[in-house]
Design a protein around this ligand. Structure first.
Ligand SMILES: [Zn+2]
Length: 325
């Protein structure tokens, strides 16, 4: 779907404020210890962002370890990056960091700190026992621009009210993500078809940007099978005013894919799906002008380029650097 430019910043968190940024390029070397740790149990080890550079619309993974046995709550502050959800696994903590398509190119600092869990004293007393700074370098990406001379007429389907309802419903569906990765290896394109609208496309009316495309449109015949891009759990399967027959899959760790404008749906909310399993048929329901699949991927509420996920396992994307493609 096309997201009005005014609403395109929803993934960004403006609440975090950085005060002392001292980031450097290397992901391994970019942890700077702040105050010396007051207690050995409150330490951050091996903090890294992989990759440390991502193009607009890309993603990166933050990872770090804390001393075994310590019950701690990591705190994370960023500037305009959306705040990643952090998950604790056997290898330590990790979380996806999304570089939204409208994120300013340049250095975006992330500050990590730890608090004892549950915090037995107010933060002011407990203080930051160990803190580190990382940074994501966001590279500019040339997105296609579609220039039109007259702003598109507001259709009743894309009314502000409907778009708000849509956004609220998505927020509900994505409230609880699996704390472990449910996907298996690289994602697949969910259907056959030509790309009729690219990710991040900027629509301009009389030189003024009016909307951004939050996914990829794959156009083909009505009834073309749509498959799950990877394994996961269906968190939404319903008819929605703007996006027609819609399915959203939680792949774990706050990573979701969405399938819109379908003719019919073949899965229900709560279903576990396997990569490649049919979820519906291509259609033109909702706000759509012809049969196509709108396929999108989000980290929480922030859209990323779904094609990135077809180039490797999201947990190891950094190895090939394809996260910046
Ligand atoms: Zn679309």
């Amino acid at each position: 779907m096309l997201i009005p430019v005014a609403a395109a910043e929803t993934g960004a968190s403006a609440s975090g404020k950085m005060t002392d940024a001292a980031p450097e390029g290397s992901p391994e070397a970019s942890l700077f210890l702040g105050n010396p740790p007051a207690r050995a149990s409150l330490e951050i080890h091996g903090a890294a962002l992989q990759p440390s550079e991502a193009a607009q619309g890309g993603l990166s993974i933050i990872r770090f370890r804390t001393v075994a046995g310590s019950e701690v709550l990591p705190q994370l502050e960023t500037d305009k990056l959306s705040r990643p959800l952090l998950f604790k696994g056997q290898e330590g903590w990790s979380g996806f960091v999304a570089a939204g398509y409208s994120l300013d190119p340049g250095i975006h600092p992330i500050r990590l700190s730890l608090e004892r869990l549950p915090p037995d004293k107010p933060a002011a007393e407990e203080g930051f026992h160990s803190a580190g700074a990382l940074a994501l370098n966001v590279a500019r990406r040339a997105f296609p621009v579609e220039r039109i001379s007259v702003p598109p007429a507001k259709t009743p389907l894309r009314s502000e009210n409907n778009l708000t309802q849509h956004t609220n419903r998505l927020g509900e569906a994505k409230k609880e993500t699996s704390s472990r990765a449910l996907w298996e290896g690289a994602f697949i394109r969910p259907t056959e078809g030509r790309i009729s609208s690219e990710f991040g496309l900027i629509r301009e009316a009389d030189g003024v940007p009016t909307s951004r495309h939050s996914g990829i449109d794959l156009a083909n015949r009505e009834g073309t099978p749509i498959r799950a891009a990877n394994s996961g759990r269906v968190v939404l399967s319903e008819y929605m005013t703007v996006t027609g027959h819609s399915v959203i899959i939680d792949h774990g760790l706050n990573l979701y894919t969405a399938y819109y404008h379908m003719q019919e749906r073949e899965v229900q909310a709560g279903d576990e799906v396997k990569k490649g399993q049919h979820v519906g048929l291509m259609g033109s329901t909702g706000y759509s002008t012809g049969p196509h699949l709108h396929w999108s991927a989000t980290i929480g509420g922030t859209p990323i380029d779904p094609d990135i996920l077809t180039k490797g396992d999201p947990l190891s994307l950094s190895a090939g650097g394809s996260g910046s493609s």
